[in-house]
Design a protein around this ligand. Structure first.
Ligand code: ADP
Length: 269
């Protein structure tokens, strides 16, 4: 796949073990793949959830907090730990990372959008991999709420828009977009490619509520895909169990679900 500027989003479920601790092998895998892409001359931005999970580990909490202020506090504890782990892993490959805490409203204010874009451009010039998360202290939109939908799915599409990325790779705990929720529908089948993401698909596949540690849900991912297609970009939803799947995606292997516009010229088989 002919993508030069790539946003990779990893969901909580790929980063946090079922007992709430950080999945270090996932982070090692990400470091290996993303630093490899960097070496091959690609521009990479990582959007990473996981601050609440990391904070739960530090504070010894067994259950994800349900109140938003609690989530904000636990995320604030965990964000430093999360970025520290990334920093150390990526340093092994000689790559520096930058923490970027954003809010979804950056697109609403032209000056904010420009500032964020400038910072990204500069970091990419410095060969640094920006690691983005929502600034949970300022904005709680990507936090859990009561519905468990949200996560960083929308934020990753916004980042793709701000940096004019070619491709958004969304890594989740599922192999792609199915005809129904595979956890409740045994007949659900993987859809390899979606070229027409209309409102009926969006409402039909409102999706389940996600895993205990995953809050995006399929609806948030489809809405992100819609935004990506509106910007004439592409998105691949794939299983983040092993982040090396990113290499398969870029090699054009048929993994996950590719969302693209029918007449997209960026696509190279
Ligand atoms: P993440 O933490 O990776 O963002 P989520 O748990 O929020 O992931 O969302 C992925 C989950 O969405 C899947 O594990 C699955 O249970 C659910 N889901 C609902 N509808 C679908 C669908 N049509 N195709 C695939 N997964 C679906």
């Amino acid at each position: 796949m002919n993508a030069q500027r790539i946003v990779v989003k990893v969901g909580t479920s790929s980063l946090i073990n079922s007992n709430g601790t950080i999945n270090r092998s996932s982070i090692n895998g990400l470091a290996d793949v993303l630093c490899g892409l960097k070496r091959s001359g690609k521009e990479v931005v990582l959007v990473s959830s996981g601050a609440i999970g990391a904070g739960m580990g530090i504070l010894g909490l067994e259950r994800r907090p349900t109140r938003i202020p609690e989530q904000q506090a636990v995320a604030a504890v965990g964000q430093g730990e999360l970025i520290g782990i990334y920093e150390r892993r990526f340093a092994k490959y000689g790559v520096s990372v930058a923490q970027m805490l954003l809010t979804r409203d950056v697109l609403l204010y032209p000056q904010s959008k420009q500032n964020v874009s400038n910072a990204f451009q500069e970091l990419m010039k410095l060969n640094v991999i920006p690691i983005v998360n929502e600034n949970d202290t300022v904005s709680v939109e990507e936090l859990d709420h009561m519905t468990k939908f949200g996560d960083n799915d929308k934020l990753s599409a916004i980042v793709a828009e701000v940096i004019d990325a070619d491709l958004l790779i969304m890594l989740s705990d599922i192999d792609g977009f199915y005809t129904g929720n595979p956890s409740t529908d045994p007949n659900a089948e993987l859809i390899p490619e979606v070229t027409n993401l209309n409102q009926s698909i969006l409402s039909e596949f409102a999706g389940g509520k996600g895993t205990e540690f995953g809050t995006g849900g399929m609806k948030a991912k489809l809405n992100a895909a819609k935004r990506v297609l509106e910007n004439n970009q592409q998105m691949v939803l794939a299983n983040g169990k092993d982040p090396h799947i990113i290499e398969d995606i870029l090699a054009g292997k048929k993994v996950g679900t590719l969302f693209r516009n029918v007449d997209d010229i960026r696509r190279v088989e």
